[in-house]
Design a binder for this molecule. Structure first.
Ligand code: TXA
Ligand code: MG
Length: 351
């Protein structure tokens, strides 16, 4: 049975937290909030515990896990080689939504790294997460707490619905402040490479370490090339509804979307629209869910909107595009993957 508790991140109940830390120490699985999305955690240094994570998620075991630490001192348990650029990024942005790739020490089992000789590490900016790691006394491996392929949970109610019965413990700590997963970056080479766009923008990282590249497999946007982060190759974030991303926004996108919604309604197909709040007035659809006014709002809302579409019985979703700047790059990456790379072009206009 799953031990489920609510916890206030600003007023942590230490006795309650200790129960969850004990589950981790004894090799069990605990779902906990982070500032990005909820994570499904287990002792990163315990092979069998890490294997439980894959089982609970139904995740392919070649997809490596991110290891969460609560202080930079714990890095020494995971890696011997921390470069200058990595140090700069950690000093500036940890705790926060950025994950760094290091060569791994022998102590880190291959079950945690999906068979790789590298390990992905981050320090989350969430008090419950940090205290859970501290009380457990071990680094915690944690992927997003969704069933593999589904949208990541960013709200307590969504995590409880998806995962009750699949893990030993769930800590409900409210809504995730950032809402998309961390940016994964490899800073070991001359030019750092972003393997997954996420909660920290490329622009912010560039301000600290100079030019960074995107994994070319992400730029192509077709899903064909092999990405450097193994997890990026899987279809992901998909609700039951079929999602389409329209290459545009506002009035021009609305002309095409409103037409498609009408045609679908005639066939009895229920459509939903995802759009920025300032554009909501353009759209006419039975279900219309707003991302908010800027890319940070959109990041916070995107996953819960995808989950909400299914709850409302929506069968086909049309989404506006966001400009791929700042957090917009991460939101578009999640949208395009949830759509399985299905785009709708707007005739006679540039995307
Ligand atoms: O924000 C986050 O990062 C959340 C929260 C819970 O911290 N975690 C998360 O984990 O998103 P997950 O497992 O859903 O995604 C991890 C990503 C995958 O794309 C995986 O392939 C990549 O990081 N990754 C992990 N270790 C790697 C490694 N050693 N080399 C390259 N990519 C790696
Ligand atoms: Mg994930």
């Amino acid at each position: 049975k799953t031990l489920i508790s609510k916890m206030d991140p600003d007023n942590i109940d230490c006795k309650l937290l200790e129960k969850y830390a004990r589950i981790i120490r004894e090799g069990g699985t605990v779902i906990f909030p982070t500032e990005t999305v909820y994570g499904l955690g287990a002792n990163a240094l315990d092979e069998q515990a890490a294997e439980k994570i894959y089982k609970a998620k139904g995740r392919p075991s070649d997809n490596p896990l991110i290891v969460h630490i609560c202080e930079t001192g714990q890095l020494g348990m995971l890696t011997d080689s921390v470069g200058e650029k990595a140090r700069l990024v950690m000093e500036r942005f940890w705790p926060g939504p950025v994950t760094l790739i290091f060569s791994k020490k022998k102590t880190v089992p291959y079950a945690t790294t999906g068979g790789l000789d590298t390990v992905a590490v981050r320090m989350p900016a969430n008090n419950i997460a940090l205290e859970l790691i501290r009380e457990s006394g071990v680094p915690i491996a944690a992927p997003s707490a969704n069933i593999s392929g589904r949208p990541s949970p960013t709200k307590g109610e969504h995590v409880a619905e998806q995962m009750d019965g699949r893990v030993d413990g769930i800590i409900l700590g409210g809504d995730c402040a950032v809402g998309v997963e961390s940016t994964v970056i490899d800073l070991r080479g001359d030019v750092p490479v972003i393997l997954r766009p996420g909660g920290l923008s490329a622009e912010e990282i560039e301000a600290v370490v100079g030019r960074v590249d995107m994994d070319p497999a992400l730029k192509s946007g077709t899903g064909d090339a092999a990405p450097l982060a193994p997890g990026m190759k899987y279809t992901h974030y998909s609700p039951d509804a079929q999602v389409y991303v329209v290459k545009g926004s506002g009035a021009s996108a609305a002309r095409i979307i409103n037409k498609l919604v009408k045609e679908n309604a005639k066939k009895g197909t229920i459509c939903g629209v995802i759009c920025m709040s300032q554009n909501a007035g353009y759209y006419d659809a039975p279900v219309k869910l707003e991302l908010g006014y800027d890319s940070a709002d959109a990041a916070r809302n995107i996953f819960s909107i995808l989950i909400e579409m299914d709850k409302r019985g929506v069968q086909v979703v049309y989404s506006e595009s966001l400009e791929e700047k700042g957090l917009g790059a991460a939101v578009m990456n999640r949208l395009v993957k949830s759509a399985g790379y299905r785009f709708i072009e707007i005739q006679g206009e540039q995307a």
